[in-house]
Design a binder for this molecule. Structure first.
Ligand code: APR
Length: 389
């Protein structure tokens, strides 16, 4: 069964690409290691940039997102127990981003692809890429039927995340890797409790950073800065709530944090990593398969969606008019945005955590306070936080 494109991985990158290819009449098959149920329940990110929502909407893929997702244009910083509200969308022509759980978007994208007759194979094991340097690559895997399968194709889209099989399939020396550890660690917590706030809260406290993120009306996402080598064993539920109460506290205000059942906790990978170029022969890397970014700036899912849009446009140009320019420029086009998001996330990471160096802690604090003193600084933050157009 030949296909123009084999997509490895059914996350935001792979599923967006698959849907856009189908809309352009380009045949593809999606190979996903996990079951449909697993990927539709895997909680990950939850903030979609303005342009990502517009892109999905323009392809008719945002109906449920626009119905259930929540637009956001304000966030709050708590510094030394004082509240600083930042109405960032006012500083960016009213553009907002949307709170919408990643697994909900995955659900929508799978449904749209399958309903349009898309070919997606779940529980595809031992996916292997062949002939990526030539002009007739193919992909093999063991299906849920236990049978060995092979698809010949023209292009392979590696959308299989940071620990997938695509990037490692590139011969040594084929790409250069850039990696960075900020020396910061977060404990991520998912709790079955309505949010105690209308907007995201970034709290700076002498004991460390605490974040109140949003996912849905009944589920909240929290982050607690913890020692780099920490583990969940050191964080029983009551310690988590005690720390959150303490770090979010605003003396003299009636604000309070609601507690609920903790359904997930884990030390979050805060590294930044970029692969250059994001392509090798007939293999293109998208999303976490090409780059990972700290969750501080909420950019991971948005970069995956952007990569998918760029490659879909490039492949449409190639199949429609034999124009290869989009394919040759794919990597550079994506990397420009990837590095701008890495820079913004690094700015944000140091602004809300400091670095432990006394001098740098002062400059970090000043960087944050500039948001409330300088409209130009606040506008720069708004453009990067809501997302570059
Ligand atoms: N074979 C087939 N599928 C695979 C393989 C493999 N060898 N390895 C991984 N996969 C699948 C995973 O099960 C997952 O469904 O590839 C998919 C990769 O999806 P994501 O990890 O969500 O990556 P991406 O689509 O790039 O989206 C990035 O996801 O990881 C979060 O924080 C990240 O929000 C960001 C977003």
């Amino acid at each position: 069964v030949p296909a123009e494109v084999v997509v490895v991985g059914a996350g935001p990158a792979g599923l967006t690409l698959a849907n856009l290819l189908r809309r352009n009449g380009i045949g593809c098959v999606v190979l996903e290691r996990q079951s449909r149920r697993y990927v539709e329940n895997r909680a990950r990110a939850g903030l979609l940039e303005y342009r990502a929502v517009e892109m999905l909407r323009s392809h008719g893929l945002a109906d449920r997102l626009l119905e259930l997702g929540a637009p956001h244009g304000v966030c709050e910083f708590r510094i030394g127990g004082k509240r600083f509200i930042l109405p960032y969308s006012d500083l960016y022509e009213g553009r907002t981003h949307y709170v919408y759980p990643q697994q909900e978007l995955v659900k929508d994208l799978i449904e749209a692809f399958v309903d349009s007759g898309g070919d997606i194979r779940f529980e595809a094991k031992d996916v292997a890429l062949h002939g990526i340097s030539g002009s007739a690559p193919s992909v093999t895997w063991v299906g849920s039927d236990g049978e060995q399968h092979r698809v010949r194709c023209e292009f392979i889209a590696g959308c299989d995340g940071f620990r997938g099989v695509s990037r490692p399939s590139i011969p040594a020396g084929g790409v250069r890797e850039f990696s960075h550890q900020p020396g910061i660690a977060w404990l991520g917590v998912l709790a079955e409790v309505p949010p105690s706030t209308e907007h995201v809260i970034y709290a700076l406290h002498p004991k460390g950073f605490a974040g109140h993120m949003l996912r849905s009306p009944t589920v909240s996402r929290f982050f607690l800065q913890c020692p780099v080598d920490d583990s969940t064993a050191a964080w029983p539920d009551d310690r988590i709530w005690a720390e959150l109460h303490e770090r979010f506290a605003v003396p003299g205000s009636d604000w309070k944090l609601s507690e609920g059942r903790i359904i997930e906790k884990g030390v979050v990978d805060m590294r930044g990593h970029v692969t250059e170029p994001m392509a090798y022969g007939r293999l293109f890397l998208l999303g976490d398969a090409a780059h990972v970014i700290t969750p501080v700036g909420a950019k991971g899912m948005n970069l995956a969606l952007h990569d998918a849009e760029v490659l879909a446009t490039a492949l449409a140009g190639y199949y429609r008019g034999g124009d290869e320019s989009g394919l040759t420029e794919y990597s550079e086009t994506c990397l420009r945005r990837v590095w701008r998001c890495q820079e913004f996330s690094q700015w944000m990471t140091t602004a809300i955590h400091g670095t432990g160096d006394r001098f740098e802690d002062r400059t970090a604090r000043t960087r944050l306070e500039n948001l409330f003193r300088s409209p130009a600084s606040a506008a720069w933050f708004a453009e990067n936080y809501v997302g570059l157009m």
